[in-house]
Design a protein around this ligand. Structure first.
Ligand SMILES: *Cc1c(COP(=O)(O)O)cnc(C)c1O
Length: 428
């Protein structure tokens, strides 16, 4: 990427917007209001904005249901029986996979549990799981309960990786060393792709390779990475992954998750799994016979029939991603987040009030920046919010700001800079 000479000026921000090939996408989303004004919405890491097209996608399925009733499963343009196929090309592109390696289903935490059934088979000797310390709570509860389910002690089996003293994020070399140290006691590395609290993007490729060198599996929670970072799950040989669609994928609150299972497991009926009829061989499903025969690829992990209305909203957003192109989005994202980092450093760097803890290297982060608040605590966040900035506060002392390339502008970032400048005077 060519170095940009960022400036804290409205003219500069407007010029960047004018030159932005992605600028047209902003109008495709609804922006919420805060205190009667359009928000500066930097919270796509938590809930992406609603594409204006969602309603029409939902209406179409409601019409099909009204007109066709049960026949909607096999008739009409989007026959529900095969509806999962529709999202595959976009999902495959977003995570860097083949279409048969991905499928949209269930919710994120549920999928983590289902995938653990297949990829965490502890033995007396090989039972350790490596995870980053301070993982998202749901992931911690998932791991803890999975380990207990196998009759093991979470304190003995789960190995948490902490940053070095005085550092905020993990060094890849330290992650790789710990994987090697665990050797043949290691069953699984199960980390985030992007860490929700620090915004650090892990080196998924190297971590996967290191895990495989020890004979362990590598699986990733991509809640914050999908639709945000460049991902090449197939090429990187990742064993499995799962994500949610409501953060950077703008598919609506609590909407459907997706999974990736590498194609080397596509025809492995011997792998343990908790099965349901939607994972059963599609051609023979309605014979309603005993004896589970899994479908080829990720589809064989499906449990229940597709949530058609949820998938409709998901599709509205995925079609926008297809149109924009994940590479184009990432190219803009690096500039946009680079601008935010520049303004925070220039305006607040010496204030002693805040500090960016997300890695400075664009290759080690997505669009989110996490700020440690050293003085003022949550009052700083509340002050920004009152001025229309929607980010989020995470205990004990972090504000997360995520300018997204689809709907945020350089002017948004500049306007945040003005608010930051004013607010720092209050907390000086
Ligand atoms: C957002 C998020 C979740 C949420 O899980 P749901 O099952 O979708 O409620 C889980 N893990 C991580 C890392 C997240 O960022």
């Amino acid at each position: 990427m060519t170095q940009i000479e960022y400036k804290f000026s409205e003219d500069f921000a407007k010029k960047m917007d004018a030159e932005d090939p992605m600028k047209g996408f902003r109008d495709r989303f609804f922006f919420p209001q805060v205190n009667g004004k359009e928000a500066i919405y930097f919270c796509g890491n938590s809930l992406g904005l609603q594409p204006k097209s969602v309603k029409s996608y939902l209406d179409k399925e409601l019409d099909n249901w009204a007109k066709l009733g049960v026949d909607g499963h096999f008739h009409g343009e989007n026959a529900w029986y095969h509806i999962r196929q529709k999202s595959k090309p976009a999902l495959a592109e977003i995570v860097g996979a083949h279409t048969h390696e991905v499928v949209a289903m269930n919710n994120l935490t549920s999928n983590l549990h289902f995938l653990m059934v297949s990829f965490y088979q502890p033995t007396k000797k090989r039972n350790k799981i490596i995870v980053e310390a301070g993982a998202f709570p749901s992931d911690m509860y998932m791991l803890e309960s999975q380990v207990k389910f196998h009759g093991l002690d979470p304190d003995e089996v789960i190995v948490e990786l902490n940053p070095r003293e005085g550092e905020h994020t993990l060094r890849t070399e330290d992650i790789l060393r710990e994987i090697e140290n665990q050797g043949d006691s290691l069953a699984l590395v199960n980390m985030a792709g992007i860490q929700y609290y620090t915004g650090q993007l892990f080196d998924i490729k190297s971590i996967t390779e290191a895990a495989h060198n020890q004979g362990a599996y590598a699986g990733f929670d991509l809640a914050h990475a999908a639709g945000n970072a460049r991902l090449k799950l197939h090429e990187w040989n990742v064993d499995f992954a799962t994500w949610c669609s409501y953060k950077y994928m703008n598919s609506g609150p609590g909407n459907v998750s997706g999974i990736f299972v590498h194609e080397r497991f596509a025809d492995r009926p011997d792998l343990p799994r908790f099965a349901g009829w939607w994972g059963y061989d599609e051609g023979q499903r309605f014979l309603m016979e005993k004896g589970f025969i899994p479908m080829h690829g990720a589809d064989g992990w499906q449990v229940a029939n597709s949530n058609v209305l949820a998938l409709a909203a998901h599709q509205a957003s995925l079609d926008i991603f297809q149109e924009a192109g994940i590479e184009n989005l990432r190219a803009k994202s690096e500039k946009l987040t680079g601008y935010l980092a520049f303004l925070i450093e220039q305006i607040g760097g010496k204030s002693g009030i805040l500090e960016i803890i997300t890695p400075n290297n664009p290759a080690e982060r997505g669009c989110q920046l996490s700020l440690h608040i050293h003085r003022g605590g949550k009052a700083v966040f509340d002050e920004w919010y009152s001025q229309g900035v929607v980010g989020d506060w995470r205990n004990p002392n972090v504000i997360r700001l995520a300018p997204t390339p689809l709907y945020n502008s350089f002017l948004d970032v500049y306007r945040f800079g003005l608010i930051l400048e004013q607010s720092l005077k209050k907390f000086a």
